[in-house]
Design a binder for this molecule. Sequence first.
Ligand SMILES: Nc1ncnc2c1ncn2[C@@H]1O[C@H](COP(=O)(O)OP(=O)(O)OP(=O)(O)O)[C@@H](O)[C@H]1O
Length: 315
Amino acid sequence: MIIETRGLRKDFTVRKKVGRFRREAVTVPAVDGVDLAIDRGELLGYIGPNGAGKSTTLKILTGIMTPSAGQVSVCGLNPVPQRTTLARRIGSVFGQRSQLWWDLPLRDSFDLLRHVYRVPPAEHAARLKNCRVLLDLDEFLDTPVRQLSLGQRMRGEITAALLHGPEVLFLDEPTIGLDVMSKQAVRGFLAELGATGDTTIVLTTHDLADIEKLCERLVVIDHGRVVHDGSLEALHARYDSRRGIVADLESPWPAGLEIPGARVVEVDGARVRLEVDGATVGEVVGRLAAVVALRDLSVVEPEIEDVIARLYGGS
Ligand SMILES: Nc1ncnc2c1ncn2[C@@H]1O[C@H](COP(=O)(O)OP(=O)(O)OP(=O)(O)O)[C@@H](O)[C@H]1O
């Protein structure tokens, strides 16, 4: 296990306005008992709605923030007290905090990082070459960072986070705000990096395409608690009951007809749309065929958007 947390908590104390003049200290549990067990080489999506506690968890795992309670181990180290040692073994990309020197060309930032981490020149050159090719950096390697577009800078940030050969890469919203080309470049790169199995990747994202294309495993967090831990398929399976059926009948849908285990969502003459709820698709189709003459039928898989929205909604 390369990352392990048990009963991880982080409480923030915020002052809230009570009445017209009084302020009262209120405790906000940003992370509320999170247990994580991540194996070496996994590519994990850590997702959840705004304010769920994702960034706070990442900050604790990277040693930037001390947890209020619970145990945490990353690469066998306790992140906060062993932060310096840990820094050599992890890489992180947080949108707000750049690792690049604003006034220097990208190339010089990379060179400085080589000295900071004392990376042997040959190793540095090999890793940089790999990133240059896969992230298409050459066009702007000599441009000062402040002149880069957001997408170019993000590609630079990811390279900077990898030049010392970290075992774990933490990424907080790596594709947010990027243009389509940069998004694709970043996604393709992460998919390839993940496929080698050498680097464990933990990423937070609101981008559903990132989730679908990259994450073998999803940990969904809401109000500081894990509400799902498993594959995207498992998430769909959990909502199997919400699959839809569109049926075309030989004659119009009889008004008021009900099918046990399904809800009639829409009727348009001889076409009916049902939402399966509390039965399997097969059972509903069987019941349907027993009472109406079917001409055509299709099963509509739930959209990942809907599944996630429902999951966040807690229903
Ligand atoms: N420094 C802080 N002081 C007080 N409250 C904080 C602090 N940082 C985070 N919080 C609160 O903790 C909760 C979790 O925040 P966090 O930033 O971890 O969420 P998130 O899942 O990363 O959200 P987003 O998707 O919007 O980035 C929120 O209610 C937030 O307001």
